[in-house]
Write a protein that binds this ligand. Sequence first.
Ligand code: PLP
Length: 409
Amino acid sequence: MHAFPTEWARAQFPALQLAIEGQPAIFLDGPGGTQVPEPVIKAVCDYYRKNNSNLGGKFITSQNTAELVQRARVQLAEFLNARAPEEIIFGANMTTLTFSLSRALGRTWRPGDEVIVTSLDHDANITPWRLAAGERGTVVRTWEVDLETCTLELADLQRLLSPRTRLVAVTLASNAIGSVIDVASVCRLAHGSGAQVFVDAVHFAPHGPIDVQGLDCDYLACSAYKFFGPHLGVLWGRSQLMEQLESYKVRPAPGCAPGKWETGTQNFEAIAGVQAALAYLREVGYRTSGQAILHDAMNVIREHETHLGQAFLEGVRSQHRIEIYGSADPEACGARTPTFAFRVHGVTPAEVAEKLARAGIFVWSGHFYAVDLVDRLGLAKDGGLVRAGFVHYNTLEEVERTLDALARI
Ligand SMILES: Cc1ncc(COP(=O)(O)O)c(C=O)c1O
């Protein structure tokens, strides 16, 4: 195993060259969207230059586009460890795909059925289910976040599950505070009650390997712009379920998956880009383990990010004005993503973000659409939280510079 190729990785991302008042910018905005490596930019441009077309034509650009979409499905199936490429569905983004699935699933629910959402999740994994349930007279139960740990306790889920539960919608990792949820256990419990599980993997995807078969979930969604690709949503669904469900589609569209879920013309240039993002990740794997295997690459990234997270939390320990929400234990960094939510005593989150931006450090502030979590924490009227999110292209030097900048606030 070789050392993590930080210098090589950073050289792939043109955006990282940005300087603010002579200092290199530090991108800690990854949970809102990561930067893209040069091969992704090239793949998007090349698609327009060489293959721009719609599907179904007898001519070469149309045929190339069809091949490109199929190749991308195969690669995403590997990324998620899906059973077949046909289980991969493209769409505008996670939110739109979740609305589409929620409408189709809602049609199978009856009054008195129950669905479970969490107060830890991004709203894209709450409101679509609430609205679908509202249309069917289905009861929505909330799996409340434990405010001490900012995570979800399985015992609380167990109390909510009943023979009427049709679906549990849960995140793989919190986009606000980085806690990782034991979704395999969620699936075991939910399936034991006869319920299905929809997983929001948007935040987790850039930080570690996803294995839909290992998790044994039923549906999972992610977004390529969070894992170094273009703005594109990806939905995975167990093929048997996706075939049975009735999708909302226009007439000549195919009656089988994935086509029956992919409404309208797809974003082919983004689909070209996501392939290049996965090829980039494969190369990270090759440069560390000698094998271009996606899951190995994501494990290596997870390990590297753990060091960044530990350094950040160790540095924060001596800054008594900073309060971390969620796990602040450097030893427990392997069990979370390096996404840290905090407040600086006496300064609003927006002011912290502004001051850091002036120092060339990009963080988000507010609720990050984790509206229930921020509400439960009692911070909704108080500006929410500051969020610093590290990804694999960040460095220990950047962690140090961020800690210095925070100490000066
Ligand atoms: C955890 C999580 N879920 C869902 C979403 C929504 O994703 P999209 O922008 O693809 O709709 C986001 C976006 O920030 C997210 O972080």
